[in-house]
Design a binder for this molecule. Structure first.
Ligand code: ADP
Ligand code: MG
Length: 230
């Protein structure tokens, strides 16, 4: 299987209170296996909507999304959840850690009720080591800094070795030095694990360091250019 993602003329419309919002309109996009892509654009331009469609958290109202040779429109119920488990890791601005669970437990959450061929605890420990938190395995989120909490969230996103890491403004809640460290960590995972990255950011300096920069406006892609990254 290839790990490319192809969006063919996708639309996403939200309806509510009699108001229709065209969050995305006629978006065409090919993401190649292992790419490091930054997505930039003003608030409301459709970045988060695009990410949730790429990650199968939501479905387009029109068009097709094709993963390798698999059409997302043809996946049903549990198939979507299994597909997402095998292929996609998410990171959000707000970390979204469970407050009563330790780092180790938070990282193991995606593996709950999943049958896997490896030892879940060992895998989670290895990931926390990879993000530099080997001495925080038993800490609660409230005992960690924002940057450390985001590292736990990255370890959680990577624990099942997804082919794509989708990051929605992962540095948005962090000071710029910590944001830099988190960016470097994601960049390192892209290099070493070979997972593709789609990274939404407001920071033009970080965006310029991706290998590709997609600019959005009013629900469409207005430019798609090479960045300075590899
Ligand atoms: P961005 O992430 O670039 O700030 P979004 O993708 O969140 O933009 O939103 C794009 C547009 O879609 C905005 O106009 C937003 O208000 C609208 N939108 C997003 N999610 C929903 C939703 N669940 N229901 C209704 N409108 C939504
Ligand atoms: Mg957003």
């Amino acid at each position: 299987m290839t790990h490319s993602i192809r969006c063919i003329s996708i639309d996403k419309q939200f309806k509510g209170d009699g108001i229709k919002t065209n969050a995305l309109h006629d978006v065409n996009l090919c993401l190649e296996k292992g790419e490091f892509v930054a997505v930039v654009g003003p608030s409301g331009s459709g970045k988060s909507t695009l990410l949730s469609l790429l990650g199968t958290l939501d479905r387009p109202t029109g068009g097709q999304i094709i993963y390798g040779d698999k059409n997302a429109n043809e996946m049903k119920g549990k198939e979507v959840a299994d597909f997402r488990f095998e292929n996609i890791g998410f990171i959000f601005q707000q970390f979204h850690l469970l407050p009563t669970l330790t780092s180790l437990e938070n990282v193991m959450v995606p593996l709950f009720s999943r049958r896997v061929a490896y030892n879940k605890k060992e895998r989670a420990e290895k990931l926390l080591e990879l993000v530099g938190l080997q001495d925080k395995l038993n800490s609660l989120p409230s005992q960690l800094s924002g940057g450390q909490q985001q590292r736990v969230a990255i370890a959680r996103a990577m624990v099942h070795e997804p082919h794509w890491l989708l990051a929605d403004e992962p540095t948005g809640n962090l000071d710029s030095d910590t944001g830099e460290v988190i960016f470097e960590l994601i960049s390192q995972l892209n290099n070493e694990k070979g997972c593709g990255v789609v990274f939404v950011t407001h920071d033009p300096v970080l965006a310029s360091r991706a290998s590709r920069i997609i600019r959005m406006k009013d629900g469409g892609i207005i430019s798609d250019t090479a960045g300075e990254g590899k």
